[in-house]
Design a protein around this ligand. Structure first.
Ligand code: 5GP
Ligand code: MG
Ligand code: MG
Length: 183
C-alpha cells in the first residue's frame, strides 16, 4: 500500500520507502563491519519490527539467523508503563550469543528497557540494539542504542510495520495520521 492509496488518512509522509531502504543499507554496512568476526543473532520484537527485520537482514552480506519475541506492555491507554509480559519467548538459547535486538521504534524506551534487562539476565556474549526510529523527546529511560535509523519528533507515526489499531502496517512509507482517523 502506497501513501497515495490512503492520502485521505495521512497528514504527511515522514520517510519514503526509498529513504528507509537507503538508511537501512547504511546501518547494515556498519553492522557487517562490527560483526565481521562474530556470529550475530538478530532478535526482532513482534509485530512492529517485521519490515525492519526483513529489509535489514537482506541488506547484510552474510547469512544470519533471526528469532522473535512478542511482548505486551501494560499501561493506561496508549502510554506504555514498562510493566511487560512475554507473549512469545525466543526459540533460541542466547547464552554466549552475540545478540542484536531489531526494533521499529523507541518511544518512552520502557518496553525495550525491560526486554534488554530480561535478555541480559540470560548471559549473552553481547547485546546491542538497532532501531529504525527513535523519539528523543519522549524518552523516559536512557537506552544505549548502537544503531539508529532516524531521530523523529514526538508524534505518532504509522507504516512500514507500525500500526494504529492494527492498521497501516502495510503502508510502504512512514507517515503521520490525519486527526479525523483518531476520532
Ligand atoms: P515504548 O515502551 O518505547 O514507549 O513503546 C514501544 C512500543 O510502542 C513500540 O515498539 C511501538 O509498538 C509502540 N509505539 C511507540 N511509538 C509509536 C508510534 O509513534 N507509532 C506506532 N505505530 N507505535 C508506536
Ligand atoms: Mg516495537
Ligand atoms: Mg502497535
Amino acid at each position: 500500500m502506497d501513501a497515495s492509496d490512503i492520502s485521505g488518512d495521512l497528514d504527511h509522509v515522514l520517510y519514503t520507502e526509498q529513504q528507509i531502504h537507503d538508511r537501512l543499507d547504511a546501518l547494515a554496512a556498519q553492522i557487517a563491519v562490527d560483526y565481521e568476526d562474530k556470529d550475530v543473532l538478530l532478535v526482532g520484537v513482534l509485530k512492529g519490527a517485521i519490515m525492519v527485520m526483513a529489509d535489514l537482514m537482506r541488506a547484510l552480506p552474510s547469512s544470519v539467523p533471526m528469532d522473535w519475541m512478542a511482548v505486551s506492555s501494560y499501561g493506561s491507554g496508549t502510554k506504555s508503563s514498562g510493566v511487560v509480559r512475554i507473549l512469545k519467548d525466543l526459540d533460541t538459547d542466547i547464552h554466549d550469543r552475540h545478540v542484536l535486538i531489531v526494533e521499529d521504534i523507541i518511544d518512552s524506551g520502557l518496553t525495550l528497557n525491560w526486554i534488554r534487562s530480561n535478555l541480559l539476565s540470560r548471559g549473552p556474549a553481547s547485546l546491542e540494539i538497532c532501531t529504525l526510529l527513535r523519539k528523543p523527546d519522549a524518552a523516559k529511560v536512557a537506552i544505549e542504542c548502537k544503531y539508529v535509523g532516524f531521530d523523529i519528533p514526538n508524534e505518532f507515526v504509522v507504516g512500514y510495520g507500525l500500526d494504529y489499531d492494527e492498521r497501516y502496517r502495510n503502508l510502504r512509507d512512514i507517515g503521520t495520521l490525519a486527526p479525523h482517523v483518531y476520532s
